[in-house]
Design a binder for this molecule. Structure first.
Ligand SMILES: Cc1ncc(COP(=O)(O)O)c(C=O)c1O
Length: 405
């Protein structure tokens, strides 16, 4: 009897989690690994948030909550949307789930029918395409250009829309490139969204990690009409260094929220009651910790971009946000040393081969760009101290020097 369901044929384990697990395993064995793999801030969760969780346990908030989240956390999220984005939502337009990832999954399960198309600008976050496939939708990948700051152009969007298009995914700032859409570029896309009537899933999870005075916008903030067509996803993982607490949330159409609630009620029920109390302190409490972490990320970004661009053959963008860089190794892949390795290996993906050797021989974990739809690049997460950034980039430089021999 075949015990694996056919739906597994259309998805893969998340490559970022695979690389992170491999790096952690090697670290446990005592190897000195520098890991640019994991997409999580390295800071402790701020004290006032941890204290709120401890209090929640002591007060006995250890039982099931409403499936879509506690009224208190929903109120804090409603206030957050008003405070940060000038957006008005009712509590019944909010759903809280076990991480932004679950909210995104429930959104697509709740909105897609078999064959519905979802436009995903590439490079894209690893999970989008697989979540769409699991929901019986069809990912339509649109390649963006590094010299257009990895943005889908209005012309590209127009061309990609068909009668089967249900949704466009926008993720700004982006994982994996860190690129963010300025308001005027969103306005141009917004016109097409309005005239075509498609939905937009706006993944704002990196909203607060932005640099050089960049002003964050999303489509819902542009007009009441666009707000109706936009479903906003956000969460506490990245903003408050709370990846393990697993709280994400979505806001949008009441009917969609209700359907997501139904799906959640038959799968996980409510997210952890204690994590919800902590998230309430995070979203509704003092925001000074957010600026402290943001500043540290900005300094690290400056360091890593400069170091990478100093390596011959590496071309690294200067991201406006998130904590990733997406350097292109196009010239490195053309070196005789790398071509020789490619010939000898059964691995056909350039970025996978590079990352395999980088980890095995040079003890640095990075995620192959192919996982995000771009084999010419790598994704490095710089959520680590400056010393480790320098050590890790020096090892990448050493590998590239060796390939040039
Ligand atoms: C672009 C993007 N969206 C959503 C998520 C989901 O985060 P979480 O499930 O921890 O809220 C991540 C996490 O890596 C991400 O990078």
């Amino acid at each position: 009897m075949d015990l694996s369901a056919k739906r597994l044929n259309v998805i893969e384990p998340s490559p970022t989690l695979v690389i992170t697990a491999k790096a952690n395993e090697l670290k446990k064995k005592g190897e000195d690994i520098v890991s640019f793999g994991a997409g999580e801030p390295d800071f402790e969760t701020p004290t006032h948030i941890r204290d709120a969780a401890k209090k929640a346990i002591d007060k006995g908030m250890t039982r099931y909550t409403a499936v879509s989240g506690t009224p208190e956390l929903k109120e804090a999220i409603v206030r957050k949307f008003k405070r940060d984005n000038g957006l008005d939502y009712e509590k019944n337009q909010i759903i809280i789930g076990t991480g932004g990832k679950q909210v995104i999954y429930n959104y697509f399960l709740a909105t897609l029918n078999a064959g519905d198309e979802v436009i995903i600008p590439a490079p894209y976050w690893v999970s989008y395409a697989d979540i769409v496939r699991l929901s019986e939708g069809v990912p339509v990948i649109v390649n963006t250009a590094a010299d257009n700051n990895f943005q889908i152009t209005p012309e590209q969007l127009k061309k990609a829309i068909t009668p089967k298009t249900k949704c466009l995914i926008l993720n700004s700032p982006s994982n994996p490139t860190g690129a963010a859409y300025p308001k005027k570029d969103l306005e141009a896309l917004g016109e097409i969204v309005l005239s075509s009537g498609i939905q937009v899933m706006s993944d704002d999870i990196y909203e607060k990690i932005i640099y050089d005075g960049f002003t964050f916008s999303n489509l819902a903030m542009l007009s009441p009409e666009l707000k109706k067509q936009t479903f906003v996803i956000n969460g506490v993982s990245k903003t408050y260094s709370m990846t393990g607490w697993r709280i994400g949330y979505g806001a949008g159409d009441i009917g969609i929220v209700k359907n997501m609630d139904t799906i959640q009620s038959q799968s996980t029920s409510n997210p952890s009651s204690i994590s919800q109390a902590a998230a309430e302190a995070a979203v509704g409490g003092d925001q000074a910790c957010v600026e402290e972490m943001r500043k540290a990320f900005e300094e690290r970004r400056n360091t890593i971009v400069a170091l990478l661009n100093a390596i011959p053959g590496v071309k690294c963008n200067n991201p406006q946000g998130a904590f990733y860089v997406f350097p292109y190794l196009t010239d490195v892949y053309k070196t005789p040393g790398f071509e020789r390795l490619l010939k000898e290996s059964s691995e056909k993906s350039l970025s996978k081969l590079f990352c395999n050797i980088l980890l095995e021989k040079y003890k640095v974990a990075a995620v192959p760009g192919i996982a995000f739809g771009e084999d010419q690049a790598l994704r490095l997460s710089y959520a680590m101290g400056e010393t480790d950034i320098k050590r890790g980039v020096e090892r990448i430089a050493e590998m590239i020097r060796d390939l040039n021999q």
